[in-house]
Design a protein around this ligand. Structure first.
Ligand code: ASP
Ligand code: MG
Length: 417
């Protein structure tokens, strides 16, 4: 017997029929003797519609009221699933964020969870064998008593937070893909599903553009060491052996991964823009004069590359921002020109970032060198390089993204046999 959180995304609860299918998945686990808390998203498309309504009512709306509106999608699916479960003879009760409560800060529309009270859910497991059906995506800010939401895709984060609070053995994320792949299968048909991926790797993959899970949910998994299993909700519940492990990807701690693969996956993003600040003084405070104003404007800077100057006087600095922030970033730097003291800005928006990720890099030398050689053979120019312990990222011309990803995927032995 175990304790599970089962999370179902929007496509899995898109219709009443699919909600009934979800109920059978839950029943399967209950029948196998597990204590189950379910976390649901809104029906697919619903949150977009609600966001649209809020914006239509007024483009500049109060974020607290936005949350009141968009949180409603999950209330509907939580209630419907509880009904569907009861119809199968399973004790079930729905819970909204404020009822649990899932406590958050007051950053409306992108609130962070500060605490989850799991006691009542556990008590009901024990006393009534009751399944808890919890509305994802939402919480409550205690001091104001207002409903909050956790940012788009936030029900993944709700699920992991609940799993930690009720001391679940595992958090299963049922979604419309059957796991995490070595790279995007639409770009590389030979991409493989990973059996296991370390939290740190998944964080890199998720923030590098792989869209399976909300990044914060992976952070929470890491902090609480809560194994997260990504699996398909379209498998027929009756076909699944509750005692075996179905296809999917387990996101877990590095220690549990024994395979010897050096590279785990390749992520890429075309949503990048490059800004190079030319001929700045090589002295304390110059980097701060560039990134301070960007931070004040809430612009997320990603790669930062600065050269060591030859003469100790002048250097160049290059950084990347999301393409959508490019104009704002450029204007911000231009406004600070006098303070920064550069000669000119060189920019490019037709660039892409390709990242090679793997915890195996900690203990292997020469991993990146192989990539440089392989890309040069294909005549792909590298504009900038950054590295961390378990990742290196290359900025290249966007036109070469697919070729670069495929080349690296083959190079590191990730292609499916
Ligand atoms: N329904 C919310 C959204 O679409 C939360 C989620 O699905 O995770 O963003
Ligand atoms: Mg999602």
């Amino acid at each position: 017997m175990g304790r599970l959180v089962m999370k179902f995304g929007g496509t899995s609860v898109a219709t009443i029929e699919r909600i009934q299918n979800v109920a059978r998945h839950v029943k399967r686990e209950v029948d196998a003797g597990n204590e189950v808390a379910v976390v649901v998203s809104a029906m697919s498309g619903k949150t977009n519609e609600l966001v649209g309504w809020a914006t239509e009512a007024s483009a500049l709306h109060d974020a607290r009221e936005y949350d009141t509106v968009v949180a409603s999608g999950e209330q509907v699916t939580a209630g419907l699933l509880a009904i569907a479960l009861q119809a199968l003879g399973i004790q079930a009760r729905s819970w909204l964020g404020w009822q649990i409560p899932i406590l958050t800060d007051d950053a409306h529309a992108s609130a962070r969870i500060t605490g989850v009270e799991g006691g009542e859910i556990i008590a009901r497991f024990k006393n009534a064998k009751e399944v808890a059906v919890i509305a994802g995506f939402q919480g409550i800010h205690k001091d104001s008593g207002r409903i909050t939401t956790l940012g788009r895709g936030g029900s993944d984060t709700s699920a992991v937070a609940i799993a930690a609070a009720i001391h679940a053995d595992r958090c299963d994320i049922y979604t419309d893909v059957d796991g995490v792949y070595t790279t995007d299968p639409r770009v590389v048909p030979k991409a493989r599903r990973l059996d296991k991926v370390a939290f740190e790797e998944m964080l890199e993959m998720a923030s590098q553009g792989a869209k399976v899970l909300q990044v914060r949910s992976v952070e929470l998994g890491l902090v609480h060491n809560m194994p997260v299993f990504v699996r398909s909700s379209f498998d027929k519940p009756e076909d699944i052996d509750p005692h075996g492990m179905p296809p999917g990807t387990l996101i877990c701690s590095e220690e549990e991964i024994v395979e010897s693969q050096v590279v785990t996956g390749i992520a890429f993003s075309k949503d990048e823009a490059q800004i190079s600040v030319r001929h700045i003084q090589d002295k304390p405070g110059v980097a701060a004069s560039i990134f301070g104003p960007l931070a004040d404007a809430s612009i997320n800077v990603d790669m930062i590359v600065q050269n060591v100057s030859e003469d100790g006087k002048f250097t160049d600095l290059t950084f990347t921002v999301p393409a959508s922030e490019f104009t704002r970033a450029k204007d911000t730097i231009a406004k600070a020109k006098a303070k920064i003291g550069y000669t000119k800005l060189d920019t490019a928006t037709d660039v892409a970032k390709v990242s090679v990720i793997g915890v195996g890099m900690r203990s292997h030398a020469g991993v990146a060198a192989k990539a440089f050689a392989a890309l040069s053979e294909r005549n792909i120019n590298i504009r900038a390089i950054t590295t961390s312990e378990i990742k290196f990222s290359l900025l290249i011309d966007a036109a070469y993204t697919e070729l670069a990803v495929r080349t690296l995927h083959t190079l590191y032995g990730l292609d499916q046999a």
